[in-house]
Design a protein around this ligand. Structure first.
Ligand SMILES: Cc1ncc(COP(=O)(O)O)c(C=O)c1O
Length: 460
């Protein structure tokens, strides 16, 4: 007879988890075969602790979101105080709460000029669904009901609901749910390393931007609602576009009266060393999606920033917008967001990323560029990627794409570092509160993991 493990032990958590819990983006059968989930029980700064006491440097800030690091009392206190005062009320039917009002004003103040209205949700996916709804409503009100199609890019990630996964450009997601829905099309991303061929990055950036115009012309501008892009494609493997790309995309969207929608769910709130990557690339988005770093992941919250042109039409001509979520503008999430933005400001985390930690990461990454299986390193601020390849000279990938990245990720984990691998690219986005010493530790562990991976594949 097998005995039942005691409750609240690692064995019990793992077994119960396998019995009842279906995880996102997880092969449940594979998880069982691997012995079950790692149970994370605590965290402080950039360090996670699991139920067996093992410690890991979190090189991903959770899922690109724990911007101010773990263990911030001020955020817990903000949540506690708001819960004691008013734990919940909605923002439907002509009501508001002080923290949702205050956060909307703050976001209008700190986001790029012209973005003065906010629609709250609880996730990046909801933000992007909201954008699809608002933009289609906008063009109907403008008397251009043909303008319904959204142009996005392959390797894009915009969320996991039906509309946001349709905006996304991940074939594996599309395949399981007969996506994209009608009205969503995809073009090539500005991914010089994979698609640049013999072109310089600058020339390739223009070519990738031209793909936007080509698609607009193919569909007819009268049928195109908007173009959506992450300034840097995060989940697609930290694709940092050549400098020529975004100014040209902006020009093309303006020329054809196609709304420019910027998904700053990962890039926003300082990740690139700029409060918003739109500032760095000189973008003037019509709409912007925000989430993750808005609360540093302490509570779920997202915001769509709606530019004046779209907001004016929706407000002056739109009547009631039949859209919203029970938790839109949740008072506790908004209070935590305000406290989180205060930490980012008080500790100068954006400037520090720009001046100190971002350049330090870039310098340490550059040391990996000569490694026999590293094809390219790239970073902006504290978002970075290391391309693992078989053939450096020709930018040639390993045949079983993804397997080598998975090996390297495993070696990182054994060394006490959590990174993510996308195809064979190692990606990282640590908390902006990370120190230069912690960056050194992260890169040292990654370096050893790359050595071991090279040995595994007979190249070390
Ligand atoms: C750029 C981007 N947009 C949207 C999303 C979706 O956010 P959520 O998982 O909160 O729905 C993500 C999530 O990783 C993202 O990276």
């Amino acid at each position: 007879m097998t005995s039942t493990p005691a409750r609240n032990t690692t064995t019990w958590w793992r077994e119960s988890d396998l019995r009842h819990h279906m995880h996102p983006f997880t092969d449940t059968k594979g998880l069982a075969e691997a012995g079950g989930a790692r149970i994370i029980t605590a965290a402080e700064g950039v360090t996670l602790t699991d139920s067996e006491g093992a410690k890991f440097l979190d090189g991903m800030a959770g899922l690109w979101c724990v911007t101010v690091g773990y263990g911030r009392k001020a955020l817990a206190e903000a949540a506690y105080e708001q819960m004691m005062e008013l734990p919940y009320y909605n923002t439907f039917f002509n009501t508001a709460t002080p923290s949702s009002v205050e956060l909307a004003e703050k976001l209008a103040e700190i986001t790029p000029d012209g973005l003065n209205h906010v629609f709250f949700g609880s996730s990046g996916s909801e933000a992007n669904d909201t954008i699809v709804r608002a933009v289609r409503h906008f063009w109907n009100l403008e008397g251009k009901p043909g303008k319904k199609t959204f142009i996005s890019r392959t390797h894009a990630y915009h969320g996991s609901t039906m509309a946001s996964a349709s905006l996304g450009g991940l074939a594996a997601m599309h395949g399981q749910a007969d996506l994209p829905l009608p009205g969503f099309v995809h073009i090539m991303p500005p991914y010089w390393y994979d698609f640049g061929g013999d072109l310089s990055p600058e020339a390739f950036g223009l070519k990738a931007a031209q793909a936007v115009e080509d698609k607009i012309l193919e569909l007819g501008a009268d049928n195109v609602a908007g173009f959506i892009g992450e300034p840097i494609q995060g989940a697609g493997a930290v694709i940092i576009p050549p400098e020529t790309y975004w100014p040209e995309v902006q020009r093309i969207c303006t020329k054809h009266d196609v709304l420019l929608i910027v998904d700053e769910v990962i890039c926003g709130f300082g990740r690139t060393g700029h409060l918003f990557a739109s500032e760095y690339y000189g973008l003037k988005p019509d709409l912007m999606a925000l989430a993750k770093g808005i609360t540093s992941g302490y509570l779920p919250l997202s915001a769509v920033m709606i530019g004046d042109r779209v907001a004016d039409t929706l407000i002056s001509k739109g009547g009631e917008f039949y859209h919203g979520f029970t938790y839109s503008g949740h008072p506790v999430a908004c209070a935590v967001a305000l406290a989180n933005l205060k930490i980012i400001e008080d500790e100068n985390l954006v400037q520090r990323t720009h001046d100190e930690t971002g350049p330090h990461l870039a310098k340490r990454l550059a040391e990996l560029a000569d490694h026999p299986i590293v094809g390219e390193v790239r970073s902006l601020g504290l978002i970075a990627a290391v391309e693992i390849v078989k053939d450096k000279a020709n930018r040639g990938h390993f045949d079983d794409l993804g397997a080598t990245g998975t090996r390297c990720r495993k070696h990182c984990l054994e060394g006490g570092l959590i990174l993510r691998s996308v195809r064979d690219t190692m990606v990282m986005s640590p908390a902006l509160s990370i120190t230069t010493a912690e960056i050194d530790r992260m890169i040292d562990i990654l370096h050893r993991a790359l050595d071991r991976t090279a040995k595994d594949v007979g190249m070390g």
